[in-house]
Design a protein around this ligand. Structure first.
Ligand code: PAF
Length: 241
């Protein structure tokens, strides 16, 4: 039996938490590292995506991976891939800004599952919409979720953080600050001139639609850009906030 941790590499402590969780589930843990072109709508973003294979092997092995797998394009897509539809939720939020993104994600995850045949797979809550869509699509494999790992000051770990300058990084803290005060998040985000907002919303975790007054499980989701680097984050909204 095998647990898979699908990644696109540039591994950091957030991925290590996924791998550690996978090791708790099973003694065989495959970490796949594949930068999936199908989920990028922007060629420059794909080209610029950080690639650190040597470090990735060390990071994954230290965290407990028993196999670090770097499939090539032909292995994943031996024939022209028929993309899996991500449905209407796939067109919201991240999907609205990155058309076809979630179809690309579901398609690659499906191929990884077909090849590795895992009993379980571990994903991060950081990409909450992705996690939601994967959980809703793959019903026969246990999908395990791990909370977002943050720096000491609240910044959510992301492979894209490598591209932030020191001042970009300081500006990025506005996202976790806004998540701490969901009722005022738009207002708080607007105080940071370097943050270009894409969306900031409170959604119903069950349906991924905008939360209403009676929604029980609410989550605040935020995405935007700092100096051209796309950042996203989310947090549970406590009932009394
Ligand atoms: O979250 C990611 O790194 C990717 O979207 C995933 C799940 C590995 C699919 O390429």
């Amino acid at each position: 039996m095998t647990v898979i941790v699908p990644t696109m590499g540039a591994l950091h402590k957030g991925h290590q938490a996924l791998i550690k969780r996978a090791r708790e589930l099973d003694k065989e843990v495959v970490v796949s590292i594949f930068v999936n072109p199908l989920q990028f709508s922007d060629a420059t973003d794909l080209e610029r995506y950080p690639r650190t294979p040597e470090t990735d092997i060390q990071v994954a092995t230290l965290a407990g991976a028993t196999e670090v797998w770097f499939p090539n394009y032909e292995e994943i897509y031996p024939t022209d891939p028929v993309q899996i539809s991500a449905g209407s939720v796939g067109d919201l939020y991240e999907g609205a800004s990155r058309p076809g993104h979630f179809a690309g994600v579901l398609t690659v995850v499906n191929r990884l599952f077909e090849i590795v045949k895992p009993t379980a797979a571990v994903f991060g809550e950081k990409d909450f919409q992705q996690l939601w869509l994967i959980k809703n699509h793959f019903k026969k494999i246990e999908i395990d979720a791990v909370p977002t790992v943050r720096e000491f000051d609240g910044l959510a770990l992301s492979s894209r953080n490598i591209r932030l300058t020191e001042s970009d990084r300081a500006a990025a803290l506005i996202i976790s600050k806004a998540l701490n005060e969901p009722a005022r998040m738009q207002e708080i985000l607007a105080t940071e001139p370097d943050f270009k907002l894409d969306y900031a919303e409170i959604i119903d975790e069950k349906t991924f639609q905008k939360a209403s007054a009676i929604t029980q499980h609410r989550r605040a989701i935020i995405a935007g850009w700092i100096n051209g680097v796309r950042l996203l984050d989310n947090a549970v909204v406590e009932t009394n906030s």
